[in-house]
Design a protein around this ligand. Sequence first.
Ligand SMILES: [Zn+2]
Length: 708
Amino acid sequence: MSRFYLTTPIYYVNARPHLGHAYTTIVADAMARWHRLVGDETFFLTGTDEHGDKIAQAAAKAGVAPQAYADEISAAFRAAWRRLGITPDDFIRTTEPRHQAVVQGILQRLWDAGEIYLGRYGGHYCFGCERFYTEKEIVDGRCPDHRTPLTWIEEENYFFRMSKYQDWLVRYIGDHPDLIRPERYRNEILGFLRDPLQDLSISRPRRRLQWGIPLPFDDAYVTYVWFDALLNYVSALGYPDGERFRSFWPVAQHLIGKDILKPHAVYWPCMLKAAGIDVYRHLNVHGYWNIGGGKMSKSVGNVVEALALTGRYGNDAFRYFVMREMTFGLDADFSEEAFVGRLNADLANDLGNLVSRATTLIVNAGGIARVPPPGEAGDLEAEVRGAFDKARHELDAAMADFAFQRGLAAIWAWIARLNGYVDVTQPWALAKQPAQRARLEVVLYTLAESLRLLGIVLAPFVPDAAAKIRAALGQSGEPRLADAAWGRLAAGTPVQKLSGLFPRVVIGGDAVTGADAARVEIERSAPGPRRRKDGDASGGAAATAAAAAPGAPSAAPSGATSPTAGAASASGGSTSGAAGTAATSAPGSASRRAGEASGSPATVGIADFQKLDFRVAEVVAAEAVPKSKKLLKLTVSLGAEPRTVVAGIAEHYAPADLVGKKVVVVANLEPATLMGVPSQGMVLAGSTGDALAVVTLDRDLPPGAKVR
Ligand SMILES: [Zn+2]
């Protein structure tokens, strides 16, 4: 039996999960499911990275201990992955004793072997990146990533003799052409290694940073967060003596975004070499998602939250879109328009219609609702089979290369062939001719068997839909790729109709474009998932169209579509006062009720809309409201005038997440007192299902700027 070990990066707990994290974890999950389908003994690892300056700072700002802070965000990641149907075999946290013991053990060994020395270092340090920058990397005296000024820091630190491994690493990469893939990233690292490699500072003095793993040979220092974090890939396997380490490390593959290429492609192999551990098999590197032209990363605030989108469209559609849309290794653009386009064309139309047509035909033909005997296949059937074999072959090759988009394209080429087969054979016409009964059975068997095969090969990508397809074809148990061979479907197997696998989504109007659409959709609150659950495409479409129009009346606080309703309703009972204030003082609330009844949002005149004073506000302080699980007390600046706003978002944001953020508030809301705290205004947030996102700015504007 083959083995397969795949890791995601462990995510840094200074930010909640977003699209970038979700993408990495979804493709890892699909790959792990693929290998389980193949029958490989599979181990899929993810987790959280919990030490370092940024965590200590964020915890201090939030007024909690770093461990409590890390606990909270780590739990948010686990909850997000559960909701996305991610199936890791282990979830490691760097604050766990099992990890700390391995880090200290390896540090001691490297120290004993003379691989680590005490040196003096001065450099330009970015607290955001938690790293020093060389003169060459600095842009106008600032961090190239954060664009913030750097701080000159000079101190004694421990260094790992990484420079001595430079020649070895260049040779190793040369001898293992698929170590780093796709090739562009291998070339990037070889280019980087043309310059002299520096030794790596692996410590931080405790007087500056307490929050880390103490060096075993000098407890005046803690371990540099990267040196700590990278070792999770072996500590989770029980290095050095664990059975899992022996089984899985020889087949280790990492999956990362390109922003953390250098630590994984340079530091990590050198660390492994020095520690006497074999280098991993493959480092698989993907690009960025661009939203509105900007890079999606944890350091750049962005209102798009992956969970909000999956809440709206379901996990399968989200998984399919991100894997199909991004050519692995390259950057891709995210827009809800493209998302809905693929959902409608590929999932609702090509796949959903095929499944619906085929199962309905089988169930209706002769009223027996069972798979007919295979009969005598003709040329058309041979072609369908041949097309499946070709797709299977291409899928295998694509998955070996982490080329998800190629694999899915191959499956969809076959789906297109199947739809063509239905059109040409016209089984509904055959059903009307008793003399064509034998021919009808051949066609229906071919369709049934094709659906069974789809239920298997789609399982890693759209697991819920694939399970439904298998269930409709009477297939129980875990799918196995070995069963994806033609002709195994037994005649007489009961078949059930399966329609509405992926309900079509209608976005009205041409106002929905790119990043605006994604943003507006997420801000839209209330019955997002409705459309998916009950297939109410028309109601959903109307709401979507209205919300997508910039500055449209739907931004006014009606219960159905207001961003404010998101914040208020999420806060539950204790802030119903605020929600009530918003709703009753809202213009056009009577017509809103009429609108709700007909399933479309109400309209208000521009004059009514202009009564609401929306302003850009900078959050200068944030704290929990005592005895409330849901409320946060925010101090916001609207230019000259600071004020207190209570927001029902504590279940979605830690106070530290919000400090420094520019949000949008309704500035002329009647003051209200919530849990004893007076609130002057309301923060806008969008929500759908369990997800909530505060509305922030795409570009910087000064506090107090009018929003209209
Ligand atoms: Zn930086």
